[in-house]
Write a protein that binds this ligand. Structure first.
Ligand code: SF4
Ligand code: SF4
Length: 385
């Protein structure tokens, strides 16, 4: 078994108990994607749910009703890119593309609905692979990010119901809800409910970094990729809304956390919201000295400007810490970066030789462990093609 790392989580972070909604945004920003056709023009009025961009396989819909007022350049998932700006009219009329008579939960109906509601990857796996183990991951990998844990806590009934529907419709032998063993609240919640579902099991795992990646989780649980499938709690909840209520998901869950904040929280926000609006409207910063805003977490994230960074479907959240200078010193050849690397890359060698390593999964453990504070990820990322 691979040796996975228990990360230090000793920052002074206090969370609010519940998910906080922030959905009434004045503007949303929709990333323009390479090779996608743009279907709207400047000054055009769009309805919530209307297709804005599409390629042969995917469609990107508007999360609000409003007016297209231009285009701007923003930080999108850590890279600069263009986005369409929509001014929210707060008229949430959803464009009805199709009427539904009923909700059938047989195999074919589920697959076709998953395709229709843009769960293409999940639909194709369920369509083509015989799944014997369905794993619902109800935890998050990045320290201080709590999205899946909070979604699991709040929507446990919906997630259990959906897991049961999938298990029955696809004759899945074993379905497990996976929770970290230090999350007493979620364990208690599920122990109280799971008895209603005799074919769903609770699986407790240690608090170890990288178990959020399906490959590592399956290996840890001694399961084979061939007949197992991992879906996270956030996605299960979205699938529930699509299958049960024909609802497209326009929102996502993100964490804004850190010792610079009066309270850290998990928020439900519209996809396309700019971070500055979230901070201004929902977050109280108590550290009056300069702060550093790290998009997507301390291990894999990057510093960002909140005025220029938007929430996408892939966003995990924002960590806010005092901006203190970290001094890098010269490598002492301790070998710890190599020892900790879960995929056996030698980060120091990459730094010294500039020879690429395609195996690096950008987990950040080498930078985390380095006693000389060398940001090794900088060299590894530069080497990614
Ligand atoms: S970031 Fe890359 S090189 Fe560093 S520990 Fe992770 S996988 Fe290894
Ligand atoms: S962990 Fe840091 S100091 Fe140690 S070998 Fe790697 S780069 Fe050098």
């Amino acid at each position: 078994m691979r040796n996975l790392t228990k990360l230090k989580t000793d920052l002074d972070v206090v969370y609010s108990g519940n998910i906080v909604d922030y959905l009434d945004v004045d503007y949303v920003y929709i990333p323009m994607k390479k090779n996608y056709k743009t279907l709207v023009k400047n000054n055009e009025i769009v309805n919530k749910g209307e297709i804005l961009l599409e390629d042969n396989l995917n469609k990107i819909v508007s999360p609000v009703s409003g007016k297209v007022i231009g285009m701007t350049t923003l930080n999108i998932d850590g890279n600069l890119g263009n986005a369409i700006v929509i001014e929210n009219s707060f008229k949430e009329e959803e464009k009805k593309s199709r009427k539904y008579k009923d909700n059938k939960f047989d195999r074919d109906a589920i697959i076709s609905k998953l395709y229709e509601f843009y769960f293409k990857y999940i639909a194709s796996v369920l369509e083509t692979k015989k799944i014997n183990n369905l794993i619902i991951s109800g935890f998050d990998d990045e320290p201080y990010i709590q999205n899946n844990a909070y979604v699991l806590k709040k929507y446990h009934k919906e997630i259990l119901e959906m897991a049961d529907i999938l298990a029955t419709s696809f004759s899945i032998k074993r379905t497990s809800i996976v929770i970290k063993s230090n999350n007493a609240e979620n364990i208690e919640t599920f122990l109280a409910r799971i008895g209603t579902y005799p074919n769903i099991f609770l699986e407790l795992i240690e608090d170890r970094y990288l178990l959020g990646k399906p490959f590592f989780l399956l290996e840890y649980l001694n399961l084979k990729e061939m007949d197992s499938f991992v879906i996270d709690a956030k996605t299960m909840y979205e699938i529930y809304n699509a299958l049960k209520y024909n609802k497209t998901t326009y929102e996502t869950f993100i964490t804004v956390a850190g010792p610079s904040l009066a309270k850290s929280m998990v928020l439900k926000v519209k996809v396309g919201t700019i971070f500055k609006d979230i901070i201004d409207n929902k977050i109280k910063i108590i550290n009056k000295k300069p702060n550093l805003f790290i998009l997507d977490g301390l291990m894999t994230g990057k510093p960002c400007q909140i005025e220029k960074t938007i929430v996408t479907k892939n966003t995990l959240g924002l960590i806010v810490i005092p901006d203190e200078e970290v001094k890098e010193s010269k490598c002492i050849n301790c070998g710890m970066c190599y020892k900790i690397c879960p995929v056996k890359v030698n980060p120091k060698r990459v730094m010294d030789t500039k020879i690429k390593s395609h195996n690096c999964i950008n987990c950040g453990l080498c930078s985390y462990i380095c006693p000389c504070n060398i940001n090794l990820r900088r060299y590894l990322e530069d080497n990614h093609e």
